[in-house]
Design a protein around this ligand. Sequence first.
Ligand code: AMP
Ligand code: MG
Length: 338
Amino acid sequence: MKTQQLTSSPEDIRAAGEILRSGGLVAIPTETVYGLAANALDGKAVSAIFAAKGRPQDNPLIVHISRLEQLEDIVSEIPEDALSLAAQYWPGPLTIVMPKGKAIPNEVSCGLETVGVRMPSHPVARAIIDAAGVPLAAPSANLSGSPSPTTAAHVTDDMDGRIHAVLDGGECAVGLESTVVSVCGDVPQLLRPGAVTPEMIEAACGSVSINHAVLSELAEGEQAASPGMKYKHYAPTARVIILRGSREAYIDYCNAHAEDGAYALCFEGDGAELKMPYIEYGREDDLLSQAHGLFAALRQLSDAGAKVAYARCCTPEGVGLAVYNRLIRSAGFDVRDI
Ligand code: AMP
Ligand code: MG
């Protein structure tokens, strides 16, 4: 299949809407990462997403809407906490897991009785949903297992020839996937951290619990509350090792391990003191810059042919919790205190 390259012009947005309405796959920009979209109400179109990505069949998709009225047949109930969260953080980088409605095919929910819904804030994403005239199911537009794409070029690297079109809307502002919170239990539960932090959820709902898979590896055979948490993720071709300690200890450790094929995955300004090639993923004192830069940096490591990457550990607080969640997965949970 030839993958069309579309721009964010009104004609191209209309063309994307047309492809989506007729059952095709289009990679679209959002404020989090690029999404691989299909008509969420068309089971066959949704199945094609799994095939194009090589995505495991039990990992459900998030449904993207542009107007609250679209919730009607997507969910069977809108819990109070969902209303509070939507009022505060929609449109924005927050997915709310609610009881599934009758319009959602099993291909989207993968056998669960719930569905994750998000209203993106990116104006182009919203215009594409409007042009399609249907809610869009969209996971990240990468091959399953590799880092999520934050530019149209990343999408093309992974998906060229596998999907109908890529619409280039520039770099994604946030750079990490949405926060996923379930409001199906007594207390809102954070399933995946993102730019909407636990503190922000607590401010809207009065409480929040954090699923233990956010910060640690699932036990063998353990059921995941969010199926995506159990898969190997965000992994560059290099083996990533996270080093937790002071900046000085990090520099010393790297310089003592400057073997062939070793790269440092560090913060801006660290490189001058390192005796190995390095790729930066943001500024030490700016968690948003780390979120913005991490996935592109992981892709650069693969492009550079790195064999091992020594990563500086981020601070797992606020948005840093999301950065840390992705970083430990990219490293297969190999975190070393130095
Ligand atoms: P992606 O769109 O690639 O970022 O993946 C969507 C993420 O949301 C995965 O980690 C899924 O497991 C999670 N997710 C989607 N729907 C649900 C749901 N109904 N319940 C729990 N997690 C969900
Ligand atoms: Mg993904």
